[in-house]
Design a protein around this ligand. Structure first.
Ligand code: HEC
Ligand code: HEC
Ligand code: HEC
Ligand code: HEC
Ligand code: HEC
Length: 242
């Protein structure tokens, strides 16, 4: 191996090792008993952990207990070695024995929870038609119906709306969290506009028809000219023979 090749190998290797260390130190230090146990039990009760991993909340260090309460700080040495009894005991201590434990927040309590960190978004949604329809139990979506409780995604519009709305034309041009009487009026204007755009969209198609019509006239014209030329030629030849 040449000397330069050797240097290259050393530099690449050390860069790779640095990268590994950087990744290890960037890993979230949010391991606690809520995460450990729920990851361990898997199934329906474990799903939240796997959805939460990689979410904007997990990246910002928002842990289970910040939304659900309980005591996340009971330390466990060797988690997988715990007996079923020890697990039950631990879950009682971490969750139900804690007055702060709220379980799965729904209704008004869910809005209050989200409002602690997202006051503006919650205020906007509470004042909207759908927010009111949720609070009055008239079928409006909760925050988590659109965003998910643990993955916290921005829902695709209008795909996420089709479970409750049949005609979602123009929904992608609305502010989903701020639907008001004014928005409903705006929606009819948007729909008229979209209908107009569709008619205008027929323009090129009509142009195509026109163009093929013109091409038709031109080619029939050519046939006519050729026919007349042939007739003329025939006439000339006939005259010569005479
Ligand atoms: C030793 C295991 C264990 C630990 C530790 C644990 N949990 Fe649980 N958790 C469970 C089990 C099992 C269930 C489902 C059965 C039940 O409700 O007891 C559950 C249920 C839940 C529920 C659903 C409750 C409902 O009403 O639907 C939430 C929310 C929850 N846990 C959050 C937490 C939080 C937050 C922590 C940490 C402070 C935590 N858990 C710690 C095992 C655990
Ligand atoms: C940003 C707040 C938030 C965080 C962080 C959060 N949760 Fe939740 N969780 C909720 C809400 C809200 C619900 C109720 C969901 C609903 O009804 O749509 C819920 C529901 C649950 C449930 C009940 C699910 C079911 O199917 O009945 C469990 C279990 C749970 N969470 C566990 C956890 C665990 C474990 C963590 C940490 C890895 C966690 N949650 C982090 C807000 C949060
Ligand atoms: C303890 C604070 C806290 C609570 C409680 C909380 N969040 Fe968040 N949330 C954050 C932070 C921090 C971010 C990341 C920075 C930002 O976008 O504001 C975030 C981001 C988000 C985002 C943006 C996601 C994205 O990809 O842009 C959504 C949506 C969201 N949260 C919804 C909720 C909902 C719904 C609830 C209630 C169930 C909730 N949050 C409760 C702190 C919180
Ligand atoms: C009908 C579906 C829907 C519901 C219900 C909903 N959101 Fe949203 N949310 C969206 C969409 C779509 C966006 C992204 C576009 C936008 O900002 O309008 C968004 C954006 C957000 C953001 C990030 C942008 C910002 O404004 O900071 C947060 C945080 C948020 N929502 C929190 C909440 C909370 C809290 C609730 C309940 C009180 C809630 N959402 C209810 C659809 C919804
Ligand atoms: C869980 C069901 C549900 C979901 C999901 C949902 N909506 Fe709604 N929406 C409602 C209800 C209920 C009303 C109130 C109907 C009423 O009072 O006439 C409503 C009203 C509306 C209105 C005003 C009235 C109308 O029918 O035109 C608009 C606009 C709207 N929603 C847009 C959206 C958008 C955009 C989304 C997706 C981001 C969405 N909705 C998702 C239930 C839902």
């Amino acid at each position: 191996m040449s000397k330069t090749k050797g240097y290259f190998l050393v530099i690449t290797l050390s860069a790779y090792i640095c990268l590994l260390f950087a990744q290890a130190s960037a890993a979230p230090e949010t391991e606690n008993n809520c995460i450990q146990c729920h990851e361990f039990i898997r199934g329906q009760m474990g799903k939240p952990v796997f959805q939460w991993y990689g979410s904007s909340h997990q990246i910002e260090g928002i842990t289970c207990d910040q939304c659900h309460g309980g005591n996340p700080d009971i330390e466990i040495e060797d988690f997988p070695a715990l007996s079923p009894d020890a697990l039950r005991n631990l879950s009682k201590r971490a969750m139900y024995a804690e007055p702060s434990f709220v379980g799965a927040p729904s209704g008004q309590a869910q809005f209050e929870l989200c409002a602690t960190c997202h006051p503006e978004a919650t205020e906007t949604y509470t004042a909207s038609i759908m927010g009111q329809a949720f609070l009055l139990k008239k079928g409006g979506p909760s925050c988590t119906q659109c965003h998910g409780a643990h993955r916290n995604v921005i829902p695709p519009v209008p795909k996420s709306c089709t479970s409750c709305h049949q005609d979602t034309t123009g929904y992608e041009r609305l502010e989903a969290m701020n639907i008001s009487e004014e928005t409903v009026r705006e929606l009819s204007r948007i729909r008229i506009q979209i209908a107009g755009e569709k008619v205008a969209g027929k323009g090129p198609l009509f142009q195509q028809h026109l163009e093929s019509f013109e091409a038709g006239i031109v080619s029939w014209g050519m046939v006519l000219v050729l026919f007349l030329a042939a007739v003329g030629l025939h006439w000339l030849v006939e005259r010569r023979h005479k």
